[in-house]
Design a protein around this ligand. Structure first.
Ligand SMILES: [Mn+2]
Length: 271
């Protein structure tokens, strides 16, 4: 069954980002539950920013699942990426994500690698950079598997990374390096910029998709831009997708309205 989720960001440094809720954890969870979301996707500054026991109690209280945990704070706050030319920084990036994997896995949730993938630097070598990325994903994927979770790699649009921008690029990379525990994130905003045909890419690389970010063409909540959601929803159903459709969109015009808009669109296409 396809499940709904909504993002909650608790990192002050990224407050202007595309997150629906960005204030108090419990208040946000209460609102998510009241609207009928199945799960929440969390962005925290580190793996120990929230006491797991406390989170467990709140998930139980509001009958929500932890859909995924984001790792972007590792880059935004600490400047870490998996493809930094400095091996010490790559090591710290792996350690930061590793802790996030353990935090998420306690609740059966995968960790997402988005901005932590980094970039090929102007002075860098593309092959070497991609080798570093493959090494990091290999180590972290194995760890996720040992903790009965999986790892998510997110192709981003060209303005955010020059590593991989499409599901095709991400899928070929996973296959080439046999990253069996790594699944792709289909972010509909990034895909709107990069894919020739969003629905067709979902059909072609569906077996690799482990998570979906739900946002319209302008990163507003779905329905407030010009993405043609019908064929995309059909494609997700056709591949038998059973993960989360998680709202990673701007809180436009405000968090409460954005959350409501999102759950209405979710029900329109997936219920
Ligand atoms: Mn995303």
């Amino acid at each position: 069954m396809i499940k709904s989720a909504v993002t909650i960001a608790l990192v002050p440094q990224i407050k202007s980002g595309p997150w629906i809720f960005w204030e108090d954890l419990e208040q946000s969870m209460k609102k998510a539950a009241a609207l009928g979301f199945d799960g929440i996707e969390l962005f925290t500054s580190s793996a120990d920013a929230i006491d797991p026991d406390h989170l467990g109690e709140l998930l139980e209280k509001y009958q929500l699942q932890l859909a995924a945990v984001g790792t972007g704070a590792g880059k935004v706050i600490h400047g870490l990426t998996l493809t930094d030319p400095d091996p010490e920084i790559r090591k710290k990036a792996i350690s930061f994500i590793s802790d996030m994997i353990t935090f998420g896995a306690k609740f059966g949730a995968p960790a997402i690698i988005g901005s932590m993938q980094g970039n090929v630097l102007p002075t860098g070598d593309r092959e070497e950079t991609l080798t570093w990325l493959a090494e990091g994903l290999e180590i972290l994927g194995k760890q996720a598997e040992s903790e009965r979770a999986f790892l998510i790699y997110e192709p981003l649009n060209r303005y955010e990374t020059n590593l991989m921008n499409t599901l095709a690029a991400g899928g070929s990379f996973i296959e080439k390096h046999r990253l069996n525990k790594v699944r792709l994130l289909a972010d509909l905003f990034h895909m709107n910029i990069e894919e020739e045909n969003i629905a067709q890419s979902i059909l072609d690389f569906g077996k690799h998709i482990g998570h979906v970010h739900f946002a319209d063409s302008n990163r507003k909540p779905m329905g407030l831009g010009h993405t043609d959601m019908g064929p995309i929803a059909e494609a997700l159903k056709e591949i038998g997708y059973e993960g989360y459709i998680s709202a990673e969109a701007f809180p436009s015009p405000n968090p409460d309205t954005a959350a409501e808009q999102t759950i209405q669109e979710f029900r329109k296409w997936f219920k």
